[in-house]
Design a protein around this ligand. Structure first.
Ligand SMILES: CC/C=C\CCC/C=C/C(=O)SCCNC(=O)CCNC(=O)[C@H](O)C(C)(C)COP(=O)(O)OP(=O)(O)OC[C@H]1O[C@@H](n2cnc3c(N)ncnc32)[C@H](O)[C@@H]1OP(=O)(O)O
Length: 303
């Protein structure tokens, strides 16, 4: 089983992880004290900070689930709630989805939710992931991913579910559906989301090999739409948003629905079977063992 070791920065240490947490916590505190946007109040939950700008109708949604923004059950739930809240506000037409953690967009599904738990927990977790994807993929709002860090597996799915992707140019910021590297299989709706973005052949290659693309490759294959220098990601995402918001809402929204409905319906019509499939897959001893080994390797690489 391969680990992502070849793509990592050398000599990462506990100190760096500590610094990341401290900086992230400090930044969060400062924003909470200062408010956001053009005077509109920031809102959010413990793991999702939303900075709405009523003047532009755009809200910046920031993930904050240290250490790596893994998609825990709590984060999934809070994301759905924040998204729903913005959808219900007539003022808002667009969201910039980004991370509040330096160097990480999202590490994907939370492996601790998938290891050593009971079947009822796996079912609840998978349902929450389905819920987030169905909402994000079909939202009438324009969603632009400002990808400011590594984005493997479920992190890549999150980005692929947006309307447009801007990635910061840093070789450590890998993106892709790497499930096969963990000995697991990307579900059909992950695969469909990628096919809809980069086409069948490129997806087949990416999925079978568990490819994690660096920025230039990600741009070339079409996993992202734009690569910009680090520090310019949010600005570039906002510029792109201007173009998307220049289109009349009804025409753009109906077009989005026309393009995405069949893919979403495919999951909707077999949601329960998809949950059962996930639960029985995860309940296999061999899969549990593979995930445990992978998690252990992740934990040990610091030593
Ligand atoms: C029928 C269908 C069946 C199944 C379908 C399932 C589909 C699955 C989709 C997924 O998303 S699975 C998750 C895949 N994710 C990964 O492979 C990413 C793993 N993580 C990394 O590669 C790196 O952590 C990183 C994101 C590149 C960040 O590297 P960095 O060096 O900055 O951090 P570090 O590796 O030291 O990790 C810090 C800390 O976080 C823990 N960690 C990392 N990723 C996860 C995760 N996905 N879930 C839970 N925990 C994670 C890691 O173990 C460290 O923990 P520690 O501090 O306790 O040691």
């Amino acid at each position: 089983m391969a680990l992502l070791a070849g793509l990592r920065v050398p000599a990462r240490s506990l100190l760096r992880a500590g610094a990341r947490l401290r900086d992230a916590a400090l930044g969060r505190w400062e924003r909470a004290a200062g408010g956001g946007g053009d005077g509109a109040r920031s809102f959010g939950s413990q793991r999702v900070l939303v900075e709405p700008d009523a003047a532009t109708g755009v809200a910046v949604m920031k993930l904050w689930n240290p250490p790596v923004n893994s998609l825990s059950l709590d984060l999934l739930t809070e994301l759905v709630i924040s998204l729903e809240k913005l959808e219900n506000e007539k003022t808002f037409r667009g969201i910039i989805l980004t991370s509040d953690l330096p160097g990480i967009f999202s590490a994907g599904l939370d492996l601790t939710e998938m290891c050593g738990r009971n079947p009822a927990h796996y079912a609840e977790y998978w349902k929450a992931l389905q819920e987030l994807w169905l909402r994000l993929y079909q939202t009438h709002l324009v969603v632009i991913a400002a990808i400011n860090g590594a984005s493997p597996a479920g992190g890549c799915l999150l980005a692929l579910s947006c309307d447009y992707r801007v990635l910061a140019d840093n070789p450590k910021f890998i993106i892709g559906l790497n499930e096969t590297l963990l000995g697991i299989v990307a579900p059909f709706w992950f695969k469909d989301t990628m096919i809809n973005t980069i086409g069948h052949r490129a997806t087949e290659r990416a999925l079978q090999l568990g490819l994690l693309f660096r920025p230039a490759e990600a741009l070339q294959v079409g996993v992202v739409d734009q690569v910009v220098p680090e520090g310019q990601v949010q600005g570039a995402a906002l510029s792109a948003m201007t173009q998307w918001l220049a289109i009349p809402d009804h025409a753009r929204q109906l077009t989005k629905s026309m393009m995405r409905k069949a893919t979403a319906d495919r999951l909707l019509t077999q949601r329960e079977a998809d949950i059962q499939n996930f639960v029985s897959f995860l309940s296999r001893d061999s899969i549990q063992k593979a995930l445990q080994v992978y998690l252990e390797k992740l934990r040990q690489k610091k030593g």
